[in-house]
Design a protein around this ligand. Structure first.
Ligand code: S3P
Length: 185
């Protein structure tokens, strides 16, 4: 597997609460890759939480930081990157993501809601109707998530380990043969 993937970065995309960071860390361990989370990097660079950035500078400033971070990460190899759920909104970000293998963790919206209903760290879910908000965000983004190289439909109750294993099993199917140097087909 490690041979096949030849250092290509893996970018995990998907909605808030889809498990990108948890699963991403497990995949990175298996591949001997380094793991990064774009939200964590943004917080490190700014010294602010994601909530603070949204509250003090606004979403547009956050999206600029997100683009800056992903543009810098794509210069490296051997990375698993858990991206923020909205990274797929900007076309420019796709030009960076497409250097690697893009994996969509597609989790049913009710499950996302159950995971996030007590969460206070997602500014976009500060809404009187968080389930409705999740559904509307997903419906706006569905077409963009579908542009992933690999679409992983997550079954309810599938453990992070099982999911990581499944992602690793599926990746070779979307890689071009060895001769083309591990490019995504
Ligand atoms: C966002 C998802 C969050 C974070 C920010 C905006 C989104 O990341 O980037 O709150 O637009 O979906 P996670 O997907 O890691 O929760």
């Amino acid at each position: 597997m490690n041979n096949l993937i030849k250092g290509l970065n893996l970018y995990l995309i998907g909605m808030m609460g889809s498990g990108k960071s948890t699963v991403g860390k497990l995949i990175a361990q298996q591949l001997g890759y380094r793991f990064f989370d774009t939200d964590d990097l943004i917080s490190q660079i700014t010294g602010k939480s994601i909530n603070e950035i949204f509250a003090t500078s606004g979403e547009a400033e956050f999206r600029d930081l997100e683009t800056q971070v992903i543009s810098e990460l794509c210069a490296y190899k051997n990375l698993v990157v858990a991206t923020g759920g909205g990274i797929i909104i900007r076309k420019q970000n796709w030009s960076y993501l497409q250097h690697g293998v893009v994996v969509w963790l597609d989790v049913p919206v009710e499950q996302l809601y159950n995971r996030l209903k007590e969460d206070t760290t997602r500014p976009l879910l500060r809404d009187p109707d968080p389930l409705g908000k999740l559904k509307s965000i997903l419906s706006d983004r569905q077409k963009m998530y579908q542009q992933a190289d690999l679409h992983i439909k997550v079954a309810t109750e599938e453990s992070p380990d099982a999911l990581a294993t499944r992602v690793l099993q599926e990746i070779p199917k979307v890689l071009k043969p060895e001769s083309s140097n591990g490019q995504v087909s």
